[in-house]
Write a protein that binds this ligand. Structure first.
Ligand code: HEC
Ligand code: HEC
Length: 199
């Protein structure tokens, strides 16, 4: 091979390597970018809409499906093999989540993992809902496991199962930004009155 060609090949390989190393790449705007919005309601809605990039990411949606079955991949395809929520969210008796999902990601088998890996209850279904509907329901104590605003903010900012979405293992797009940035947006939304996008 001519030296010129070798160089080009090396450059291409390097470029594709760098591209592959980019995790997801989608970022979140910092809270400070919303300071200029003086109207509280407008600011809250803008903050929640930014946080919505995370809420609507496949990493969250796959565990907050509208039916009894989780979904997989960025295309939200039905979980293979067929598994269901079961009475406690950890699967039916014969097909528990932990049979396959271990305490940590297992990259060589592309298996996501976490010690508490289980499906969100039906009252917390997000798939097929608008961001406004998701917003209303996560604030609703009758549907959110009786969490007040402080508990809700803490859950988003610190819960480690939520945090898995930014550390989803090989071959999976992480949620946008970082959990810290996401938590800050949610906190600022709560402080601005927790208004929801309309519709
Ligand atoms: C028989 C094995 C098996 C069982 C049991 C199982 N899963 Fe999975 N699950 C998998 C495999 C394999 C993948 C990875 C598929 C892929 O992305 O290539 C997966 C992926 C997922 C994903 C997608 C994660 C993402 O965003 O990419 C979710 C969500 C999920 N499983 C939830 C559950 C839940 C909840 C249960 C229990 C109710 C469960 N699974 C039970 C094998 C299993
Ligand atoms: C592996 C499955 C799984 C993943 C991934 C997941 N969740 Fe959940 N989520 C749950 C379960 C289960 C609950 C119920 C509470 C509990 O047991 O922790 C829940 C509850 C919640 C709640 C409580 C309020 C409500 O109405 O939904 C919020 C908020 C939430 N999740 C946010 C997120 C966010 C944000 C992400 C992505 C960054 C995410 N979750 C990813 C399983 C998951």
């Amino acid at each position: 091979m001519r030296p010129g060609k070798t160089l080009l090949l090396a450059a291409l390989l390097l470029a594709s390597g760098l591209a592959a190393a980019q995790p997801g790449g989608e970022t979140l705007k910092p809270v400070s970018e919303f300071d200029r919005i003086t109207d509280r309601q407008e600011r809250a809605i803008a903050l929640f809409t930014e946080a919505g990039k995370v809420l609507n990411s496949p990493r969250c949606l796959n565990c907050h499906p509208s039916g009894d079955r989780p979904t997989q991949t960025n295309a939200l395809s039905p979980h293979q093999p067929w598994v269901v929520r079961g009475a406690d969210g950890f699967g039916a008796a014969a097909m528990r989540c932990a049979t396959c999902h271990q305490a940590a990601n297992f990259d060589s088998a592309r298996m996501p993992g976490h010690p508490k890996w289980h499906l969100a209850p039906a009252s917390m279904a997000w798939q097929g809902r608008t961001l406004g509907q998701i917003c209303e329901q996560i604030k609703d104590k009758s549907r959110n496991d009786n969490m007040d605003m402080a508990a809700l903010v803490k859950h988003m900012a610190e819960d480690s199962l939520v945090g898995w979405a930014w550390n989803p293992g090989a071959g999976r797009t992480p949620a946008p930004g970082t959990q810290k940035e996401f938590g800050a947006l949610i906190k600022a939304w709560a402080d601005a009155g927790a208004f929801c996008p309309r519709g």
